[in-house]
Design a protein around this ligand. Structure first.
Ligand SMILES: Cc1ncc(C[n+]2csc(CCOP(=O)(O)OP(=O)(O)O)c2C)c(N)n1
Ligand SMILES: [Mg+2]
Length: 450
């Protein structure tokens, strides 16, 4: 696995404004969640509240690598990614307070909302791992339409043990979907430490099983996270398939508000406290002369101001009217999503995808023992050298041809309705027609003989 440096990295490609924007989003993320914790204690948060304290650099650094046209789907600890994508704090306040003004009009008390039209956010799915095949599908749909988009989602250390994670990542890998999966290893899944549910040091090694690149990054170093994510997004956009990034970090609170995390050794909290991502980034900005105390106060004051306005809006918003509870449960023509996504045929056909509607089989996949370097003197006759342990697999973009197959025509497997498929269909109809004629002729000939 490729590892990023443990040191806070510099990234010359970001402007001063962008560096400051990263700070703004991380601090906005933290302050928003602190306010929501206070609201929870005042009994104003209706559902669960899951903190991302100590993990802000992961959500912000990864989402910041996306462009507005790209798509993401957050998990419970990725409120920061929503902010980067343009979702307003007021939507997050109202949603958690189940107000009528919330994106789901008060029907959900946590974070199950998306924005398919403007921000390109797919709503979270609570079943861990299920967003992986869904976001793979989003990436494939974008490719089909020739949009050059990248999709991204997150998964926890615990979630990376689900079947959906493995099925989804395998699917993404075989489809070479432009999809970035961020594995947020925060050391705990509820009260289960990571070593009790995965017998491996780096969860990024899970990528090896699917033949895709996996990278380990210091999840509390926002520059390192951003750099890794940006390069993964670039790889995807260049058509080289999915990338897995493991960000090592720490969940600095319990699973949710009800959990005091008494099972976490206090020394572990102490260790991670000294690696706080925001404090580290503040030191980085100062060290690189990207800001001064006045600039920091200006940004902090802006955050306070914005959150004051949005929190007030949420607290003054009404709860949903009771009759709303029975509306929108079953679709009775109320559902507008279907109509929004019905696309004109001309837009879909032929596919703008760069993926050929032809599958080439150039390799039978047999084990080929490595050629012996030279015959060992006096070696036993018929002795076969043990194959050496394989190095990490490289993505199978172009499998090497087995000699017997090199001259073979690629197998044609029709699907979809691309130009090649139309040609195939014409060919098939012509053959059918010929066969039909010869069949009639054959019958006629036969009739004559009777
Ligand atoms: C398939 C599935 N199994 C179990 C759960 C219940 N559950 C919700 S969160 C959670 C722990 C997840 O831990 P991790 O993936 O490490 O994410 P973290 O909470 O640390 O961010 C579990 C078991 C679920 N939502 N989905
Ligand atoms: Mg976890």
């Amino acid at each position: 696995m490729e590892r990023s440096s443990n040191e806070m990295q510099t990234n010359a490609k970001l402007t001063r404004e962008q560096h400051l924007e990263l700070y703004y989003y991380m601090q906005l993320n933290r302050q928003l969640e602190e306010r929501m914790t206070r609201l929870f204690r005042q009994n104003k948060i209706v559902g669960g509240l899951y903190a991302s304290l100590g993990q802000e650099a992961v959500s912000i650094g990864t989402a910041y690598a996306l462009e507005p046209r790209d798509w993401l789907a957050p998990m419970i600890r990725n409120i920061g990614s929503l902010l980067v994508k343009g979702v307003k704090p007021r939507d997050i306040f109202t949603q958690h307070m189940a107000r009528y003004t919330a994106p789901t009009h008060g029907k959900d008390g946590t974070s199950h909302f998306g924005d398919l039209k403007v921000c390109h956010v797919v709503s979270p799915i609570s079943m861990l791992g299920d967003l992986i095949p869904v976001m793979t599908g989003v990436a494939m749909a974008g490719r089909y339409l020739g949009q050059k988009i990248v999709s991204m989602t997150w998964i926890g250390d615990g979630g990376s043990s689900t079947g959906a994670f493995h099925e989804g990542l395998n699917f993404a890998a075989t489809q070479r979907a432009p999809f970035v999966l961020v594995l947020e290893n925060n050391q705990w899944a509820y009260s289960t430490p990571v070593a009790r549910q995965a017998a491996m040091k780096d969860l990024a090694d899970r990528a090896l099983a699917y033949g895709i690149p996996g990278h380990v990054v210091d999840g509390n170093d926002v520059m390192a996270v951003y750099t890794a994510a940006k390069s993964a997004v670039n790889e995807c956009r260049a058509g080289r398939g999915p990338v897995l990034i493991e960000a090592k970090t720490m969940r600095m609170k319990g699973h949710a508000q009800h959990d005091a995390a008494e099972y976490v050794p206090p020394a572990m909290f102490e260790y991670w406290k000294t690696r706080d991502p925001i404090a580290r980034y503040e030191a980085y900005l100062t060290e690189h002369k990207l800001w001064d105390a006045a600039k920091k106060s200006e940004i902090d004051a802006r955050i306070e101001r914005e959150l004051d306005v949005d929190q007030k809006f949420a607290e003054e918003s009404p709860m949903p009217p009771p009759e709303l509870a029975e509306q929108g449960v079953y679709c009775e023509g109320c559902h507008t999503v279907e109509a929004d996504w019905r696309r004109p045929k001309q837009e879909l056909l032929p596919p703008a995808s760069s993926v050929e509607a032809v599958w080439k089989v150039t390799d039978f996949g047999a084990f080929v023992p490595p050629a012996p370097a030279s015959k060992p003197a006096g070696g036993a006759a018929g002795h076969v050298e043990k194959p050496v342990a394989k190095p990490a697999p490289t993505p199978v973009a172009a499998p090497s041809a087995t000699p017997e197959l090199a001259e073979e025509q690629p197998l044609r497997v029709p699907f979809g309705r691309g130009p090649k498929d139309r040609a195939f269909e014409r060919e098939r109809l012509e053959k059918q027609e010929k066969r039909g004629k010869s069949f009639v002729k054959h019958r006629r000939d036969k009739k004559g003989k009777h």
